[in-house]
Structures are given as C-alpha cells and as structure tokens.
Design a protein around this ligand. Structure first.
Ligand code: AHR
Length: 353
C-alpha cells in the first residue's frame, strides 16, 4: 500500500517535471535561454505513459556523478542496461555534472518523490552525512556505486558496489616493480610524475595512496610531481605539458585514467618524445577502455589497470535480494584485471566500451 502511494506520487512528480521541461524547451527555442548548458545530458526519465502498468516496478533514483570520461559513459550504460522496466525497475537518472551540490539536490528530490531506492556515485567522498541521514530517516535504502563515501556512520548506506581504487593503485606499483626487474632497471633512479583524477574522489585518493605505498619501498623511485587532470583529456594534456616543461627527465607517467592518458600522450608526442615499451617514457594508465587497450596492443601504453564499469547487474542483484528480504554484503567489489601487451589480445574482442 505504502509502495502504491509512493508510485502515485512519483508519477505525479514526473508529470510536473515533464511540464517544466516542456516550458524550458519552449524558452530555449525562443532564445530566452542563453545556451549555458542548462539541460542535463541524462535527463530525468520523464516517461509517464505507463500509468497503471508500472505499479509493480521498483523505482530507483540514480544520481550519476557526471559524464567526464569514456569510462563514465560505459558505467551509466551498464546501469541503464540492468535497471530496465523489463527487469522490474523504473529508473530516474540524474547527471550531477561533477558537482556535489547537484547530487545532493537530486538525492533530496528522490527523497521527496519517495522512490524505493536511492543509488548514487559520489563525485567526492566526504560531505554526504546530512543528506544520507535524511534518506535514512525517510526509510529509503541507499546503494553507493563506483566510488566510495566517507561517512561517520556506515548505516547511512545499505551497500556499496564498486571498484577498489587503493588496490588498483597498488597494482600499478606492483606492475612497475616487476617491469623494472625484467628490464634490469630495478636499481636505476626512476623519475615518476602522476596525473591525478578529481581531487577528493575516492578514485583519486585510493589510486594515489595505493601507488605511494609501493613506491615508498624504493629509495630510487622519485615521485617528482603530482597534478590534477580531473579525469579529462584536456586537463591531462595541460598538466602533462607543465610536467614536460618542468622535468626534462621523466621515466614514468602514472595517469589515473585513460582520458587523461590520451591528453598526456598528445603532449608527449608534441614535445617530440615517444612512449611505451620501446619509448622514452613509460605509461601506466587506469580504466582499460577499448581505445586505450588498442594503445596497449601497439606498445604505446605499458600497462592499463582495469577499473571495471560493468556495475549495473551487481546493483540490480543487491536490490533484488533486498526486495526478497535477504541480507546483502555491505561491500561488493567488482573484479578487475591488469592489461599489458602480453595478455591484451585475449580481451579485445569482448571489449565493448
Ligand atoms: O570512479 C571511476 C573513475 O572515474 C574512472 O577511473 C574515471 O575514468 C572516471 O571518471
């Protein structure tokens, strides 16, 4: 009965949203909106033509943090594939556009719509306690996806499905350790620069901490500098240019996602240098999207530490269990690999993103 009431409210709100969006579109067409990007890339799902049909659907309010990378697009697509009406879900998707305040607004709107579950990928890890307490007080379970939150009380979320960034950072360190040994360079001075992702995100902090932990074992590994490339190619290129200007002798670039790596590669090539297995600078990247794996195959990127975006099915499974009244694991890490020229060929055919 309670669920029935919530669904009626959700439908009412969707109708209101639809009218508002229609008005905004009219304004935009009339030129009264100044092209300042006011429409979200992923619009809230406004389908309301299913009246009377979707009463049994589980309503999910999902706040994706943005659309900054190829990985993020694949992650969103994975959620959309799993949380379909055919699978019993009604997905309301909002794009946070890299801003925590947008995500908090979305979560508050999901609470007022009385959705059945709130799912969100937090752009940064702290600052969620108040809004998650509001969700808890409203009796709405919260599932954190992809990145992690840092909250005082773990009961503010029901489960987390995502990737372990610290382990990813460690894998990058272990890979470098092994590769230097193979090349007989383990005693050489190794100059390293790090392109970091969005500051304060668990992806950035975990990868930095994991790599730093392995690096601290080696007195001859010198981390010359770290610079924030915000997980985007443009910023990655900009920061890499600065590194190349400031440090003439870089041996290794650790780039915390493939998008920044693409930008960094441009900067390196423009500086007349080469990368990869036979190049001047070794590249360790994260994510392992198809375009980057092709560069691993060509020997341009030495190693790509996978961050697996295929998280939708695991989220759907957590929700199904909760619906059946079963207990769920608090932490649900997704499996990940490390790709190098020796194994990448095995995975190219199945890489869809
Ligand atoms: O949180 C996962 C990270 O966020 C991915 O490495 C990156 O590409 C994305 O933007």
């Amino acid at each position: 009965m309670e669920r029935q009431k919530r669904r009626m409210k959700v439908k009412r709100n969707r109708k209101i949203s639809k009218i508002i969006v229609a008005l905004l579109i009219v304004c935009a067409v009339a030129g009264t909106v100044c092209g300042c990007g006011m429409f979200p890339l992923f619009e809230t799902d406004l389908e309301d033509g299913t009246a009377g049909k979707d009463d049994d659907l589980i309503v999910i309010g999902y706040s994706q943090l943005g659309s900054e990378s190829i990985w993020r697009t694949a992650n969103t697509a994975s959620m959309q594939r799993a949380l379909t009406q055919e699978n019993g879900f009604f997905l309301i998707l909002e794009n946070g556009r890299q801003r925590q305040e947008n995500q908090i607004k979305s979560i508050r709107s999901f609470i007022s719509q009385r959705v059945d579950y709130i799912v969100f990928s937090p752009v940064v890890s702290t600052g969620w306690d108040t809004v998650l307490q509001e969700a808890k007080d409203a009796g709405i379970p919260v599932i954190v996806v992809d990145r992690m939150v840092d909250v005082k009380d773990d009961s503010l979320y029901t489960a987390w499905v995502g990737t372990d960034s610290r382990v990813e950072g460690e894998k990058a360190g272990y890979w470098l350790e092994q590769d230097l040994k193979k090349r007989g360079r383990q005693y050489d001075d190794i100059n390293i620069v790090i392109l970091t992702g969005t500051e304060g995100s668990s992806a950035q902090m975990g990868r930095s901490a994991g790599f730093a932990q392995i690096a601290s074992r080696y007195g001859n590994w010198h981390i010359l500098d770290e610079g924030c490339g915000d997980f985007t190619p443009a910023k990655g290129k900009e920061v890499m240019k600065e590194f190349l200007r400031d440090y003439p002798d870089i041996d290794v670039v650790v780039s915390q996602n493939d998008d920044m790596t693409f930008g960094a590669l441009e900067a390196i090539h423009e500086a007349g240098l080469t990368t990869g297995i036979r190049g001047d600078i070794m590249i360790i990247s994260f994510d392992a999207v198809r375009e980057a794996l092709e560069l691993v195959e060509q020997g341009e990127i030495n190693a790509d530490i996978e961050c697996n975006p295929e998280q939708g099915e695991a989220v759907a499974e957590v929700i199904r269990k909760l619906e059946r009244g079963e207990s769920v694991e608090k932490k649900n890490p997704i499996e990940e690999k490390v790709f190098t020229i020796s194994n990448v060929g095995l995975y190219m055919d199945s890489r869809t993103y």
